[in-house]
Ligand binder design. Structure first.
Ligand code: SAM
Length: 113
């Protein structure tokens, strides 16, 4: 995951989302769509989920999808978007720091895009 050398990744990415106010594209990655469209939906984990576009798309395809993300600001936006789509049960988001540990659980698909 990207961060300024020496800077705490939580501080860097919180500032990134708070100050740049990047908005969701509302579209899942085309690579994800190409790959996952041929798979049987199961449990998915997206690492560095940002505003949740990929997780929400997977949930809409029938996956039980979890997004792991270091920024609470991004997570709050992702949760709001999942609710707006009526997918808050199938698209869930949690804070994690991947430099410390991977989220626990078993998954059929893990993405990091
Ligand atoms: C380049 S963005 C990619 C976002 C999204 N996956 C996409 O394809 O648009 C990287 C994402 O990873 C998150 N991230 C960076 N370092 C992280 C870490 N150590 N643990 C968890 N998430 C992290 C950032 O907050 C950011 O949302």
């Amino acid at each position: 995951m990207l961060s300024d050398p020496g800077q705490d990744p939580t501080v860097f990415w919180e500032e990134f989302y708070r100050t740049k106010r990047t908005s969701s594209t509302g579209r899942a990655s085309s690579a994800l769509q190409r790959i996952a469209s041929g798979l049987t939906p199961g449990r998915a984990l997206d690492l560095g989920a940002s505003h949740g576009d990929d997780v929400i798309w997977l949930a809409g395809q029938g996956w039980q999808a979890r997004g792991c993300e270091i920024s609470e600001t991004a997570i709050a936006r992702a949760r709001a978007r999942a609710s707006a789509h009526g997918l808050e049960n199938a698209a869930q988001f949690e804070r994690c720091d991947l430099s410390a540990a991977l989220p626990p659980g078993e998954f059929d698909l893990i993405t990091a895009l």
